[in-house]
Design a protein around this ligand. Sequence first.
Ligand SMILES: [Zn+2]
Length: 84
Amino acid sequence: MPRAVNAGQVSWRWQCFGPFAKEVDDMAVQQHKVSKTRKRLRRTHFKLEAPGLVQCPQCGEYKLSHHVCRNCGYYKDRVVVQAR
Ligand SMILES: [Zn+2]
């Protein structure tokens, strides 16, 4: 089945939303190729991020900020959990 009867002679907008739109077969096909630049610009956000590590003021061990220290069990100058 042809994608559109007058492909090439009518605008893509007409092919997509006009009366020929139903003649398109079921498979999904992208309308425009994503260029190298657009792909790379999108992927600039796909990066690993280091967790927010801070040094425990009690024992100096690195811990996640706003979390109880795994080493000494302290949180904000007091014991919250028993350290193992
Ligand atoms: Zn600690």
